[in-house]
Design a protein around this ligand. Structure first.
Ligand code: GLN
Length: 554
């Protein structure tokens, strides 16, 4: 065991492992992101791992209806929406290595077995799967040389799927000498209030801590998610029954907005407690000169919480029943809210509802701007086309992204160029005018997972265009996730009729940004600006969109 630890432990990283109890969807990801923000504010370098106990290798093949949006990292990894929060709160660019899924781990172990690397041994969950999990954790620690690695375990303690990850976490703690300074556990649980008696109930927390302890893990901090702050008596009870000091029981009440959570947890004493128990307080003096503090975050929050104007934006999508499907769009708009002090009322509209002509005016008549997000498949496309036509002909600011960008091209081809059958080959591969077509490199691909054009690519922007004015530079890096693109055969026709492509890939073959110069704000992009928007650095296209709406309203 000792030898194992020595060979892996190259960098003096400290680990904080965040587990969840009672039920999922507690906002564990926000607690993790907030803690990262707080530790970074003291000058520590922090990175983050998410362990996802599902058998998918990554989130790329998951339906947004079930799992929320698929977030794309700089290196093209397709991950779940928690990564968006990590990157936004901690201002990090994470990589595929930071997402350890059961699928990735088992795939690797089975491939190793097939190639004979286990030398005839029986391959088992303990130690082979757990070893592979720990190897991956150390890889991140060593590659990033971070002071602190936060590790969030997806799912809930007690799930069958989580067991190997919890066991690996327990082993990691032992490898590190069972030292709280090196490996620290935070358990986030639900503390419900019974409405009849108005009493905060601690029993679910007690049970989930018992479950953790049965596996050999003792939490060092318990974060209680509840509608209000935990009462003193509730904290005392949790402290007594779960064997943690009272100061280690932290309230995480429902917050008016997620960006407030770091401040709440800080006031609750979480940062001080973690710093003290992990011996990080002794390093503070050395870290202090680089410490960014929380001042800019607080300023952002002040502006966010005190808007001076108000606009409404329609998001025309196909997964509107689950708002998590559009988290990054909503957050990008929230970043603009903080920047411009504008309250943005987001109205989710199911694109299928816009397929009925009469509904278009009814549903869009009261909005100031329209946002068409990305997506896949035919359902609802005609509704999107109607929304785009409405925005184009009525001079309503519109921003369309990825699939939205492609549908804007189809709408223009049908209604301005007169190609009534114009379409994407994604929806109809026999049409006469495939203005959107499969990218050549996608031909012949039959595996769905991880095979799109994914991740960061350079986009060149033409001078003298609105896009250039917005970005103020000749090239940007942007994240992608698509298989289809604008068919170059039609490019000149579009441009002669007033829709220009102001951004292109470096080989000039891939259209990346479109705009109609004669419109107050008609812009679209093949890439995803929502993935790189950050609280104090809103995505330029989103910001320009919001500003255009405001200008038009004034
Ligand atoms: N379905 C389209 C494509 O594959 C758009 C993808 C997206 O919106 N992310 O190109």
């Amino acid at each position: 065991m000792f030898l194992l630890a020595q060979s892996r432990e190259q960098h003096m990283t400290k680990f904080i492992i965040i587990t969840g109890g009672v039920l999922s969807g507690l906002g564990k990801g926000i607690v993790t992101s907030s803690l990262g923000k707080l530790l970074k504010s003291h000058g520590f370098s922090v990175t983050c791992i998410k362990m996802d106990p599902y058998l998918n290798c990554d989130a790329g093949t998951m339906n947004p209806f079930e799992h929320g949006e698929v977030f794309v990292l700089r290196d093209g990894a397709e991950v779940d929406l928690d990564f968006g929060n990590y990157e936004r709160f901690m201002d990090l660019d994470l990589t595929s290595d930071d997402n350890i899924t059961t699928g990735k781990v088992y795939r690797h172990v089975i491939e190793k077995e097939r190639s004979g690397e286990y030398l005839g041994k029986t391959v088992q969950i303990i130690p082979h799967v757990t070893d592979e999990i720990i190897r991956r954790i150390w890889k991140v620690a060593n590659d990033t040389e971070s002071d602190i690695v936060l590790i969030e375990l997806g799912g809930t303690v007690g799930d069958i799927e989580s067991a190997p990850f919890l066991e690996a976490s327990r082993q990691l703690r032992m490898e590190l000498g069972d030292d709280i300074k090196k490996c620290f556990f935070i358990h986030t649980t639900l503390v419900p209030t019974l409405s009849v008696v108005g009493e905060q109930k601690t029993k679910p927390t007690q049970h989930s801590v018992q479950e953790l302890r049965a596996i050999g893990i003792e939490p060092n901090v318990i974060v209680g998610r509840s509608d209000k702050y935990l009462e003193r008596s509730t904290k005392k009870k949790i402290s007594l029954f779960c064997d943690v000091p009272e100061e280690a029981v932290v309230s995480s009440p429902d917050a008016s907005n997620i960006y407030r959570v770091p401040l709440i947890l800080d006031e609750e004493g979480l940062t001080d407690y973690v710093l003290k128990k992990m011996g990080l307080d002794e390093m503070l003096e050395e870290k202090q000169p680089d410490a960014p503090g929380l001042e800019t975050w607080k300023k952002f929050l002040e502006r966010y919480e005190d808007p001076t104007s108000e606009i409404s934006v329609a998001l025309v999508g196909k997964y509107c029943d689950l708002k998590d499907a559009y988290t990054s769009h909503e957050e990008a708009l929230n970043h603009c809210r903080g920047e411009t002090r504008t309250k943005i009322n987001l109205k989710y509209i199911e694109s299928e509802d816009l397929e009925v002509e009469d509904n278009v005016e009814k549903l869009l008549g009261d909005v100031d701007g329209i946002l068409i997000p990305g997506g896949f498949g035919t359902r609802g496309i005609n509704g999107k086309i109607n929304a785009i036509e409405y925005a184009r002909t009525r001079n309503i600011p519109i921003l369309s992204i990825c699939l939205g960008f492609q549908v804007s091209v189809i709408e223009f081809a049908r209604n301005v160029l007169g190609y009534v059958d114009a379409n994407s080959t994604e929806f109809n591969d026999r049409n006469e005018n495939p203005v959107i077509d499969l990218m050549p490199m996608q031909r012949g691909i039959d595996m769905m997972g991880g095979t799109m054009r994914l991740g960061e690519e350079k986009v060149k922007i033409d001078e003298g265009t609105k896009a250039h004015e917005i970005y103020g530079k000749d090239e940007i890096m942007a994240r992608h996730r698509h298989r289809y693109e604008v068919n170059l055969d039609y490019k000149d026709e579009f441009e002669e009729s007033g829709l220009i492509f102001s951004g292109k890939s470096t080989n000039m073959k891939r259209m990346e940004i479109l705009e109609i110069p004669d419109h107050p704000f008609f812009m679209g992009c093949q890439y995803h600006p929502e993935f790189t928007s950050r609280p104090m650095k809103p995505a330029p296209l989103f910001l320009a969109f919001v500003k255009a709406i405001k200008e038009q309203k004034e």
